[in-house]
Design a protein around this ligand. Structure first.
Ligand code: GRG
Length: 293
């Protein structure tokens, strides 16, 4: 990755973090623990890859960040809720997230369920708040809701649970899980600017998000099998222990690395068909492929 890419990534991320700080400052709940537990997970850090992607595509298409900020914030709230619920003992049972104790380890499982619910609900509230601005805003809001819902991320998580301990690993099931659990929110991140721009490069960006999501989950599986707690900030080796259907289980570690190269190339090819400055997005694909956390 070039120094220019690193600086730009930090600039996008910090500009989003400023939006998120303001959003968090405005959260004031009774009882206090509700808002506190929501903010705990939102502000734990994380790569902020979804907002960064949204801002970067927005810049390539000429959509202002201020216009995207509420959508990016809603998406990060939904992503954070999914991580809180995923870490619960009844789901993935992880005591650590982003290098810190998971939400339920700090606030207890019942409060963690509510923190997740609160984040999801607040995301919808934010999205509804945008809808009076016009039909493109309504379409963008609906796109995020659908991506997160029962034909998106929740379906992916449901399939992930269903296929645990399958005696024969199944490629179609794996692709369904990848597309829904992981790719749908990344697809939303890259298509929201297109929708707000009246549909510019919508199909290409949707396809790009799908491939990037596949690559993102592929590297996640590779990191779970071969990464470290220090880099990842969460327990590794759990997929295998829990009998998860992963690409590493289906194809083996070396084949997964080859697949990552092929899917990365697919992402670059899609970007080559877009006009505008997409150099940052090309580098982001390489960043996802080489990521260690
Ligand atoms: C519980 C409804 C519900 C859904 C859970 C998204 C998800 C479905 C579970 C989270 C666990 C997981 C492995 C999800 C796949 C997507 C993924 C790799 C998420 C981690 O996202 P990063 O790496 O996290 O962007 P940071 O911490 O950087 O924000």
């Amino acid at each position: 990755m070039t120094e220019e890419f690193n600086l730009k990534y930090v600039e996008y991320r910090e500009s989003f973090n400023a939006v998120l700080d303001k959003f968090c400052n405005d959260i004031s709940t009774v009882p206090e623990v509700l808002g506190e537990s929501m903010k705990y997970s939102l502000l734990l850090g994380g790569k902020r890859i979804r907002p960064v992607l949204m801002f970067a595509v927005g810049e390539a298409l000429g959509v202002e960040r201020e216009k995207l900020a509420p959508f990016a914030c809603a998406l990060e709230c939904i992503h954070t809720y999914s991580l809180i619920h995923d870490d619960l003992p009844e789901m993935d049972n992880d005591d650590f997230r982003r290098g810190k104790p998971s939400n339920h380890k700090v606030y207890g499982a019942a409060n963690a369920v509510l923190a997740g619910d609160g984040l999801l609900n607040t995301a919808y509230s934010l999205l509804f708040g945008e809808c009076f601005k016009g039909s493109e805003h309504i379409s963008a809001a609906k796109f995020i809701c659908d991506a997160a819902g029962i034909y998106g991320m929740i379906a992916g998580q449901s399939a992930d649970i269903l296929h645990e301990n399958d005696s024969v690993p199944n490629e179609d099931a794996l692709e369904f899980i990848y597309e829904n659990k992981t790719a749908k929110l990344l697809i939303a991140a890259v298509t929201v600017p297109a929708v707000l721009k009246g549909g510019a490069y919508y199909s290409e960006l949707k396809q790009f998000g799908k491939k990037l999501g596949y690559l993102f989950q592929l590297t996640d599986d590779i990191l779970d099998a071969s990464g470290s707690f220090e880099n990842l900030g969460k327990t590794t080796g759990k997929d295998d222990k829990e009998g998860k259907l992963t690409a590493v289980k289906l194809y083996g570690l070396d084949a997964c690395k080859l697949r990552a190269d092929i899917v990365g190339d697919d992402c670059h090819k899609i970007l080559d068909g877009l006009q505008g400055d997409v150099e940052f997005l090309h580098e982001l694909v390489n960043f996802v492929k080489a990521r260690v956390n």
